[in-house]
Design a protein around this ligand. Structure first.
Ligand code: HEM
Length: 502
């Protein structure tokens, strides 16, 4: 491959040649890939513990209730969000015809961000105290104890600061762009950053920690509370929980596909109009669907119905993206034989379609009556965040790494292995837990004729399959991280060395 092609030196409309150094993107991607291996392994440990409860029995910080939230939040805030940010740093300067504004600010933001993730993870694992102590209830340092809102309040503040710094760098870069028109990948990147900032601040508003402080140190129990309470709390909790998927991971993943899919096959985008329809409908509709997590729950019936209706309206942005990605690939299907980046994006597109359709139907009351609280939901969550978002992120990493480090990909063979391990692993994971969830729900309906423990024992074969599929997923993470590491550290091609000296 010619060095110019690898290096991606671009020129903008006013004729300036820009050599993108990509230092900030490299930092964010390196940390994200490290995190996916660590937090993915946490998920694997949790899965194996379901079939071998004695595993790490004496190690309190690896207890299931600690490692689960560390895994769930870690893969999102340690992997998916930083990886999207890494790739925004890569493609926005190229699409803007300008150098990144503030590489140093972004690198400092990354250090702050990772500190937040580490502080939060230590708070959840609590390696210092085996037993539950009074201090363990401190939501500033330990956990807020609510699903998705598990990260402690201190880390929320740290991560918010880093997020605002990233917003600043990316928006300043776009502001100094030399191309008038803003390509859709940039729209999605801007949407991702704005929605993430909004959703993160609302969902992690430290009211609960403020209330705890006032109560513990000042004995103040008087109303009003600073935190949300009762069904309002549940509503905000699931607005946040679902928005993490719909307004953070989804637009982040779609942004990557809009840039890297056409690039990887060297084809023009099928329809710009469709992409813009998808963008605005995604932003308008996703805010309303979080309450579908509380069908039959402690919120007004009409609100549950609104959430179900909006869950079906999501077909619009989903169809817009999927038609666009498949339309862009028309005439290029032969590339699936030997273009591994394309494989990741097509597999991710198919899984995006499947998981979104599944999600709409899952919001129906008769379906919820069976699958709520079952493993079906866990299968659905992984189809979204691994099958779609992580597959896109892996494809982007394998495309961008050689160009950022200005040398060829270390091994196409390892990249192929990482694709097939990821693809087969997530398929086993989702199929086994989808079947498990329906079976589990049906068994629960037999209560009280069937003792609950029998419904647990019935799940064991499915959990074995999940652990096997999960092990393949972790292997794929290790291979992608290894491939990028070896690409970054292998000797530069001779031409690049000469150019660097000159
Ligand atoms: C980047 C990859 C991954 C992502 C984004 C991810 C995401 C998630 C999410 C969102 C949940 C919460 C599910 C829910 O509450 O419905 C979860 C839970 C879980 N994940 Fe993962 N995961 C990943 C990889 C893995 C792997 C490789 C395994 C290995 C088997 C795994 C095992 C688990 C387990 C055991 C749970 C707890 C399920 C439960 O509560 O019963 N995950 N993960």
């Amino acid at each position: 491959m010619a060095v110019q092609q690898i290096a991606q030196i671009s020129s903008n409309p006013v004729g300036e040649r820009i050599d993108h150094d990509d230092d900030a993107a490299k930092w964010w991607m390196t940390v994200a890939l490290f995190n996916v291996v660590v937090f993915g392994t946490f998920g694997l440990i949790a899965a194996v513990k379901m079939v071998m409860p004695g595993l790490f029995a004496g190690v309190s910080w690896l207890a299931w209730p600690r490692i689960r939230p560390a895994h769930v939040n870690g893969v999102v805030f340690g992997w998916l969000v930083p990886m999207s940010i890494a790739m925004f740093h890569y493609f926005i300067p190229r699409l803007s015809g300008a150098k990144l504004y503030g590489t140093r600010i972004s690198q400092i933001a990354l250090c702050i961000w990772e500190t937040g993730v580490i502080v939060a993870t230590l708070g959840l694992l609590n390696p210092w105290g085996g037993e539950l102590q009074a201090g363990s209830l401190n939501p500033w340092w330990m956990t807020k104890g609510k699903e998705w809102e598990d990260y402690n309040a201190i880390s929320n503040i740290i991560i918010t600061v880093a997020l605002l710094m990233v917003d600043y760098v990316i928006f300043r870069t776009i502001a100094q762009r030399r191309y008038r028109q803003i390509y859709v990948a940039t729209w999605y990147a801007v949407g991702t950053l704005l929605w993430t900032s909004l959703v993160y601040v609302v969902g992690n508003w430290p009211g609960q920690a403020i209330d705890w402080t006032l109560h513990t140190y000042f004995g103040w129990d008087a109303l009003p509370h600073f935190g949300f309470t009762g069904s309002n709390d549940a509503n905000v909790n699931w607005f946040y929980g679902h928005s993490i998927v719909g307004l953070v991971a989804t637009p982040g993943g779609i942004a990557l596909a809009y840039y890297f899919l056409p690039k990887s096959i060297n084809a023009p985008l099928y329809s710009h109009k469709l992409s813009i329809i998808g963008f605005w409908t995604l932003g308008a509709i996703y805010f309303w669907v979080g309450a579908h997590h509380m069908i039959y729950g402690p919120i007004p019936y009409w609100l549950q119905t609104v959430a179900t209706v909006f869950s079906f309206l999501l077909f619009i942005p989903v169809a817009a993206a999927v038609i666009n990605f498949l339309g862009t690939s028309r005439g290029e299907w032969h590339q699936l034989r030997n273009n591994v980046v394309f494989k990741f994006f097509i597999a991710g597109t198919v899984m995006y379609f499947l998981v979104s359709t599944q999600g709409s139907f899952e919001a129906l009351r008769p379906v919820q009556a069976i699958v709520h609280f079952t493993d079906y939901t866990v299968g659905h969550a992984h189809l979204a965040l691994f099958g779609f978002a992580t597959m896109f992120a892996f494809g982007a990493a394998l495309y961008a790494a050689p160009r950022m480090w200005k040398r060829p990909l270390y091994s196409e063979g390892i990249a192929e292995w990482s694709f097939w391990l990821a693809f087969i692993g997530i398929t086993i994971y989702v199929v086994s837990l989808t079947a498990a969830g329906i079976y589990q729900g049906k068994l629960w309906m037999d209560y009280p004729h069937l003792p609950f423990i029998e419904t647990v024992v019935a799940m064991v074969p499915f959990w074995h399959a999940r652990a096997g599929g999960g092990a393949m997923m972790v292997a794929s993470m290790v291979l992608v991280a290894f491939n990028v590491y070896k690409t970054a550290t292998s000797p530069a091609p001779a031409e690049t060395r000469v150019a660097a000296k000159a």
